[in-house]
Design a protein around this ligand. Structure first.
Ligand SMILES: Nc1ncnc2c1ncn2[C@@H]1O[C@H](COP(=O)(O)OP(=O)(O)OP(=O)(O)O)[C@@H](O)[C@H]1O
Length: 296
């Protein structure tokens, strides 16, 4: 058993040494305080927007219980991370290709399996994740609210997108989430997406309110990445299992997403620090150990 673990660690180190670290991989966790605010629809459309700009993107659906990214993308995934761990499958076998070449991995039916890994499984998991350095962006679609398990992925990401709507309940929950994250890690960059706005001003005032509260009580800057209008094409896209940015590229929501993608890419270009998959893995490993999520 120990030999196997040592062997895996050597392979993992080799994978990391040989990994295409020349390519930057940014890990973004997408979260919301309240459920049903459009987190999955946003993640998919934003990821497709990045693909449209020549980026290679992978979505990992960790919204267990409510996992629906594959349904929204109109694709079927036969295997999940749970299968990868149980049957020692290479991660390539569980990656499904969606529209515009977007890649997708399903978290599976239960996070418990992922978070109750023994050392051997953790090493295998990390070895597989380290082979994802070929992607420019990896998006984790995290379940609404905070569970101790999904929190570890959330806090290991290079940055976090928080989605809210202008509804007071959604804003309160989004702020609670921001505060929680900030108390765990005050350096992690946070961006706010205001979804389903009735007009431009509503998005701006919602973002300004959240931003002011964050500044005053947490001394935390939060970037207003984008406001997305209420748009029936998003709903139509869900119904036809064809993401709205593809179904209706000139719909108001699609134009807003595209603007957000451009702004995001310009911001990323200005960043001085490099984001690598190794950085994400190092943080994740440390967090899983610290929280005692690993069965030794
Ligand atoms: N900008 C928008 N305009 C109109 N409808 C929208 C918009 N964004 C999302 N919706 C609708 O809101 C509903 C919920 O969206 P979605 O499933 O993406 O939310 P979620 O936050 O991921 O939910 P959950 O918490 O269940 O994971 C869907 O029916 C979707 O069509």
């Amino acid at each position: 058993m120990n030999d196997q673990a040592a062997d895996l660690r050597v392979k993992m180190k080799r994978a990391l040494d040989n990994s295409e670290e020349k390519i930057e991989t940014k890990v973004v966790a997408v979260a919301s305080g309240k459920g049903g605010v459009g987190k999955s629809s946003f993640t998919i459309n934003f990821a497709l927007g990045l693909q449209n700009h020549g980026k290679k993107v992978l979505i990992i659906d960790l919204d267990i219980g409510m996992a629906n990214v594959d349904i929204l993308l109109g694709i079927t995934s036969s295997y999940s991370i749970v299968d990868m761990l149980q049957d020692t499958l290479p991660i390539e076998e569980i990656i499904v290709e969606g529209p515009l070449g977007l890649s997708f991995v399903s978290g599976g039916s239960g996070l418990t399996e992922i978070f109750s890994m023994d050392q051997l499984k953790l090493d295998y998991f990390i070895q597989q994740i380290s082979s994802l350095a070929k992607y420019d962006y990896i998006f984790f679609d995290i379940g609404a609210g905070i569970s101790i398990n999904s929190l570890q992925f959330l806090l290991s990401a290079h940055e976090i997108f928080i989605i809210t709507t202008p509804e007071p309940t959604a804003i309160t929950d989004a702020y609670a989430m921001i505060k929680f994250i900030h108390l765990e890690d005050e350096n992690i960059p946070l961006s706010l997406i205001v979804n389903r706005v009735r007009h431009y001003r509503e998005g701006l005032s919602t973002a300004t309110n959240v931003s002011n509260v964050c500044k005053e009580f947490l001394e935390k800057e939060i970037i207003h990445l984008i406001s997305i209008p209420e748009d029936e094409m998003v709903w139509k896209g869900v119904r036809s299992q064809s993401p709205s940015i593809i179904l209706a590229p000139s719909a108001s929501s699609s134009l807003a997403i595209d603007e957000g993608v451009l702004r995001y890419l310009q911001g990323s270009d200005r960043e001085e620090t490099r984001s690598s998959i190794t950085g994400f893995i190092t943080k994740l490993r440390m967090r899983l150990f610290r929280k005692g999520a690993i069965n030794r």
